[in-house]
Design a protein around this ligand. Structure first.
Ligand code: M6R
Length: 364
C-alpha cells in the first residue's frame, strides 16, 4: 500500500523520520543518554584489533560511513570491501576477530558468502539486517536489527538511514567499551542523534525545491557528486541512487580527488552536486567548489546556512537545517534520495522497478 504516495520510493523516503525514530528507541536509553544493545555480544569491542565490514550496494556505502565513525569514535581500525570482492579475496582474518555484514534483505548472495567465509576463519559475525528471519540474520552470531519495516522500492532509502542509525549506535558502544568515549561525550552524541528524526522531517519539507532543481538535473548526461569525510560515501550513495532510477550516468568522488582526474570532465553541461554540511573540513570542500566554479562547472550545494553564506558561485543551494556533523549522513540521506527520486519521476522512469534491477540479489 503506497498510502497517499505515487510510488513506494516516495512513501519510504517520507517514512524515514518515523522508522529512524523507531530504530533509535530500540538502541537508546533516553533517560541515561546512552546506547543500550539489547543483545549480549559474543565478543568484546575492547579486545578487537580490527573490524572487517562487508556488504553490497547501498549497504556497502552505509558501511563506508560507519568506517569513519568506528575510527573516530572508537579508534578501531576498519577494513571494508564490497562482498563480491571479499568473498574471493579471501582476506586473512584473525581468529576471534569481528566481521560486520550489512544487508537490508539478508539474502544477498555475495554478502552471505562473505559471512560464511568469515565464519570459516573463526571470526565472530555481526549482522545489521532489516529482515530478521533472513538467512544472514540466522547465520550470524549476533544480529542488530534495523526497524525500517518492509522496503518495496528497489532503490534502498529507509533501510539505508536505519542502517546508519544502528551503525552509529554500534560505534558509540564500541567507543565506550574501548575507553575512547566518556559518558559526557557519549551523551552529547546521543543528544544529537535523537534530533535526527525531526531534522529529517525538516529536510523532507524541502521537497518542492528539490523537485524544481531536478528539472535541471534531468537535462544532464553526466552528474558528479563530491564530498569529504562521511560526505564522501554519501556522494557515492547519491550517485548510485541517481543512476539506478534515472539512468543518468553519475559518479561519486572524494572532493580531494578532483584534481587527480575528474576535474577534466567539468564544464557547464555536468552538474556537480556537492554534499557539504558545515564540519571541520568544510573549508577544504569550499576550495574544491571554487575550482569547479572557475571552470564553468554548475554547482548544486547541499549544505547548511553557513555554507549558503559562504558566497559560492552555485547554480542552486539546498539549505539544510544545522546538524551536528556526526549525524549529518543520516539527515543528508533525505535530500540525496529526493534528488534522485524527482529527477527520475520527471523523466518518466519507473522508480520502483528500475530496468535490469532486482530488489534482492540472491544469485551472483
Ligand atoms: O539487501 P541488501 O541490503 O543486501 O542489498 C544490497 C544491494 O543490492 C542494494 O543496496 C542495492 O544496491 C540497492 N538497489 C541500492 O538502492
Amino acid at each position: 500500500d503506497k498510502g497517499n504516495h505515487r510510488h513506494f520510493m516516495a512513501k519510504e523516503i517520507h517514512e524515514q523520520p518515523e522508522v529512524v525514530g523507531r530504530t533509535l528507541a530500540h538502541y537508546i536509553d533516553m533517560a541515561r543518554g546512552q546506547v543500550v544493545l539489547q543483545e549480549a555480544l559474543p565478543f568484546d569491542f575492547a579486545r578487537l584489533s580490527r573490524l572487517s565490514i562487508t556488504a553490497c550496494g547501498t549497504a556497502y556505502y552505509a558501511g563506508l560511513v560507519a568506517k569513519y565513525w568506528f575510527e573516530t569514535l572508537a579508534r578501531l581500525p576498519v577494513e571494508i570491501d564490497v562482498a563480491s570482492e571479499t568473498r574471493y579475496r579471501e582476506p586473512p582474518l584473525e581468529r576471534d576477530g569481528l566481521t560486520l555484514v550489512i544487508s537490508q534483505s539478508g539474502e544477498t548472495a555475495d554478502t552471505l558468502a562473505s559471512l560464511r567465509y568469515a565464519k570459516s576463519q573463526g571470526q565472530h559475525t555481526l549482522a545489521v539486517v532489516n529482515v530478521p528471519t533472513s538467512t544472514i540474520a540466522r547465520e550470524s552470531s549476533a544480529v542488530m536489527p534495523t526497524f525500517a519495516g518492509p522496503e518495496i522500492g528497489v532503490a534502498s532509502t529507509k533501510a539505508f538511514s536505519c542502517q546508519l542509525t544502528v551503525l552509529l549506535c554500534l560505534a558509540l558502544a564500541a567507543g565506550r567499551a574501548r575507553g575512547v568515549l566518556d559518558a559526557e561525550h557519549e551523551r552529547a552524541i546521543v543528544d544529537a542523534l535523537i534530533t535526527a528524526p525531526g531534522l529529517m522531517a525538516e529536510a523532507i519539507k524541502m521537497e518542492a525545491e528539490v523537485e524544481g532543481l531536478s528539472r535541471e538535473i534531468a537535462k544532464a548526461r553526466d552528474v558528479l557528486y563530491l564530498g569529504r569525510g562521511t560526505s564522501y560515501p554519501m556522494a557515492l550513495e547519491g550517485a548510485l541512487k541517481l543512476k539506478e532510477i534515472s539512468y543518468i550516468h553519475a559518479e561519486g568522488y572524494a572532493a580531494g580527488e578532483l584534481k587527480h582526474g575528474p576535474i577534466a570532465l567539468i564544464d557547464e553541461s555536468v552538474p556537480v552536486i556537492v554534499i557539504a554540511p558545515h564540519d571541520a573540513i568544510f573549508e577544504k570542500t569550499v576550495s574544491n567548489m571554487q575550482e569547479v566554479a572557475a571552470r564553468g562547472g554548475r554547482i548544486i550545494l547541499v549544505g547548511d546556512a553557513r555554507g549558503a553564506a559562504a558566497g559560492l558561485d552555485t547554480l542552486a543551494t539546498l539549505t539544510m537545517p544545522d546538524v551536528d556533523p556526526v549525524i549529518a549522513p543520516i539527515v543528508y540521506a533525505v535530500p540525496i534520495q529526493l534528488i534522485a527520486y524527482h529527477t527520475a519521476v520527471f523523466m518518466g522512469k519507473d522508480v520502483d522497478q528500475p530496468r535490469n534491477l532486482a530488489k534482492s540479489v540472491t544469485v551472483e
